[in-house]
Design a protein around this ligand. Sequence first.
Ligand SMILES: Cc1ncc(COP(=O)(O)O)c(C=O)c1O
Length: 452
Amino acid sequence: MVSKKTQELVQADKEHHVHPFWPVGGEVEIVFEKGHGIYLVDTEGKEYIDFASQLVCCNLGHHCQEVIDAITAALDKLDYATSFFGNTNVYAVELSQKLAEITPGGLRYFYYTCGGSESVDTALKLARGYWNLKGQTGKYKIISLYDSYHGLAGNSINATGANGDFYQAPFGPALSPGYLKVPSYNGYRSMFGDAPDSATWSARFREQATQNGGATSIAAVIAEPIFGTAGGHVEPPAEWWAMVSDICKKHNILLIVDEVMSGFCRTGKMFASEHWNLKPDIMTMAKGITAAAIPFGGVAFSDEVYSAFEGKTFTHGFTYTAHPVSCAAAIATIDYYLDNKVAENADSVGKHIEKHLETEFLPMQWVSQVGGRGLFQAIELVTDKKAKTPISPEQSRFLRKKLLEKGLWTRFGGAKGNRLDICPPCTITVEEAENALDIVKAVLTEFNPSEI
Ligand SMILES: Cc1ncc(COP(=O)(O)O)c(C=O)c1O
């Protein structure tokens, strides 16, 4: 029996609160009240292992005292100050110095936002603005991938390529001109049927897009280092990034690497770009930058991009750009990552999980593929391994409910919505990860898709 307090909260929420990706006016399933470590706790006192770090953002789990202390100390000193009109704040300066030490490819200039979509919007404006400043005003097109996710704001929604036009269709058939999509590198669910080498296909299409659109019209390519939840945490084939980097160089196209989900220890390195030694012109960040304790994001850019803007005014900004409290949170979060070797933990626990997935989960009847890297992994669930039939939305809802009953919170993603996220906080221990995997295994063992 649900308590009166929870019932009242659910009812009030239904009456006044509209949610993302949930039927408008529908009742919510859980009311969270607090969190600690890898756990979230609802108003009934029930604990859930947060096995997806919510939206793959709570990289330090919940209630990290060091970050809380930094936020409260900053609030106590400087609750807000603008970074417009020649002003800055001490936290923004310190954060920029810190980021310059850890961002890949020698990126050392930073612009701050309130989250991932704003970071991508900013990055796309930077890329177009760069070519404008170079006098190449016809170079405005943006190439992204099917299966990608880059956010849902004004510019970023145009680059997002996941689920066909699922995110764009409700708001008009073509939101903005100048956005080209090329095929995903996901070889397991290739857009070319059984084409064995979708990496080559994808890169060739990219080449073709630059030729058809004319390299003189392409401003930038944007891609996640590894697909996030929308793309199912599928890693590119080994040679993919080298091919894409070469194409960009050859055609004089800027490379934007979207590290919003993969950055800050998630894949076992501070940034996933490090796995391929990427040298982006522009890089986006959010989520893990404050481990989601407070909304924040940023964009890093190269000396070359910076030099085009130097001395000019970048006509772009938000009220909360470089918010001091968010900057203070980011400083404390990065310090925590470095002091506690969080990336190393994500790498070693991730490898442990990988072994479990390959030896114990992959042989299971409903698991057809596992993949990802670090604590950025997923399990592909099907009802027929040979036919690769994805579990249905009803079946994934059923599984999610069963997992919640057993105290584990996660979500499904991927092109077919059938890949179960294995993305716990980057501080998770081996023992905690094993307990969580035991829950997933128990639920999958009991699962009988023909009954749902
Ligand atoms: C790679 C990537 N880019 C951009 C975004 C958008 O971020 P936000 O939801 O903070 O706007 C996301 C969100 O999941 C993401 O994963």
